[in-house]
Design a protein around this ligand. Structure first.
Ligand code: ATP
Ligand code: MG
Length: 442
């Protein structure tokens, strides 16, 4: 089959072997399909940013029987989608091989911890899809497969990627998703190939707001509520017109129930995105996802990676770099992605940074709940920045600056009278109110 992989960076993952050892803190996943109820089933152990990939080959090797049972469980479970009543379909390996020209390199989209991803066309549905094939020697295993199928079978939201079906035939484990034509947010934010246009400010805010709505669905609307645990730029996929969708739910965990505030679990996630409290204690809360969201928002604003080992040691961790700068708003223009070339609203920048600063606070209780993040970002995304319009809020200032330094000086002058500290940090609610207030006043 003539395939049609994205041409920009088709082999990024395999070139860098990124999926294999990229900053992933994953150990053994603890949600089996029977544990979609909470189970204090695993020990905790501390982790830090220096932790390396933890091998959990025991999930993959020597447990053939258990794996088969999990796969059977997944198949037998009534996976009807709560909202649509649709069931994910089962496919034969042959059907998926045919869809991808026998997993031809032309159809290769990328590779992560689970395995390779291929673009394919399912003739019987007349639909283009993305097919993820579990690498039996990779760091993820059958548990992630089952949890992914379970979570996505129960979910239905425009900001979550749709699972069309799966294949669990013999040793093969494959997942079939709707195809996301623009790839992942990571592909549009970092290491852009020459000629690729960077995302503009409005698109960044649109992506942030959509991703937050996807997270809100998991936290507040799913029954039972789900902690995502793997929020990062490479797991935000982009559809037509940059509509963002969260993907990869293999690490998802049912949230605490009753009076409990956390779920005790082994530490899994990705360096740079993992909340320090969860990393230190293994106590997973909804606020762990909020921290990861704050990191993604910071990446969107600054264009910097969550972890960048090419930077001087003290600046390698994005949050570590940003925290001292948050203290004085005169620093804010220095933080913005230089690829925006000064094309951003000064007040919008302030508000977006204030939201991310709240989300990445060390104390989980000080981080906002997801509904507040959504309210604030919906406002930000709906107040469009137009550098050419004189009526644009940001255009009360000059539209173009010779350089960021000039814009910084201009913004500083305006904000000096308001004080230079982020005022929002008092409470999450205040953050939202302040955003809304400022937006409606503009
Ligand atoms: N539904 C999809 N549509 C289009 N491309 C996809 C889809 N799912 C994944 N991809 C692409 O496949 C590549 C690998 O994705 P994958 O989720 O396996 O790895 P990852 O997110 O980079 O790493 P991790 O295993 O840590 O999640 C990504 O570059 C992504 O752009
Ligand atoms: Mg992924």
């Amino acid at each position: 089959m003539g395939c049609f992989g994205r041409s920009e960076k088709p082999s990024k993952r395999s070139e860098t072997n990124k999926g294999r050892n990229k900053d992933t803190l994953r150990n053994k996943n603890t949600i089996g399909c029977s544990s979609i109820t909470n189970k204090r089933d695993d020990q905790t152990h501390p982790c830090s940013d220096s932790l390396k990939v933890s091998p959990y080959r025991d999930v993959n090797n020597g447990v053939g029987k258990a794996e088969d049972q999990l796969a059977l469980d997944a198949k037998r479970l009534n996976l009807n989608n709560q909202a649509t009543g649709k069931k994910p379909q089962t496919f034969t390996f042959q059907e998926l091989a045919a869809a991808t020209g026998n997993f031809s390199s032309d159809c290769f989209l990328g590779e992560g911890g689970f395995g390779k991803v291929f673009k394919g066309k399912l003739e019987k549905l007349d639909q283009v899809v993305a097919i993820k094939q579990l690498d039996r020697n990779g760091p993820q295993g059958i548990r992630e497969f089952v949890v992914e199928v379970l979570t996505l079978s129960l979910a239905d939201h425009p900001n979550l990627v749709k699972l069309i079906g799966f294949c669990a035939e013999g040793d093969q484990r494959l997942l079939v998703y709707e195809y996301m034509p623009l790839g992942s947010l990571e592909d549009h934010l970092h290491d852009l190939p020459p000629g690729q246009k960077p995302l503009d400010w409005n698109t960044r805010m649109k992506i942030a707001a959509g991703a937050a709505r996807g997270l809100e669905y998991l936290h507040d609307r799913m029954k039972p509520p789900v902690i995502y645990r793997d929020l990062k730029c490479s797991n935000i996929l982009l559809g037509e017109d940059y509509q963002p969708k969260l993907s990869d739910f293999g690490l998802a965990k049912v949230g605490p129930s009753g009076d409990k505030t956390h779920v005790s679990t082994r530490v899994m996630g990705t360096y740079g995105y993992c909340a320090p409290d969860y990393a230190m204690t293994g106590q997973l809360t909804f606020k762990s996802d909020i921290y990861s969201f704050g990191v993604v928002l910071l990446e969107l604003i600054t264009g910097r990676k969550a972890i960048d080992t090419t930077k001087p040691r003290k600046d390698q961790n994005l949050v570590g770099w940003a925290r001292p700068l948050f203290k004085d708003r005169r620093n804010f223009p220095k933080m913005v992605d230089p690829q925006l070339q000064g094309q951003y609203p000064g007040r919008g920048l302030y508000q977006a940074l204030a939201i991310s600063a709240m989300c990445v606070q060390e104390q989980p209780s000080m981080r906002p709940v997801v509904s507040d993040v959504v309210s604030a970002l919906n406002f930000l995304a709906s107040s469009k920045y137009d550098p050419t319009s004189p009526s644009s809020s940001s255009s009360r200032r000059r539209n173009t600056y010779r350089d960021d330094e000039e814009k910084r000086r201009d913004l500083s002058k305006e904000t000096e009278s308001e004080g230079n500290q982020i005022k929002f940090l008092a409470s999450p609610r205040q953050m939202v109110d302040t955003c809304m207030y400022k937006n409606t006043k503009q």
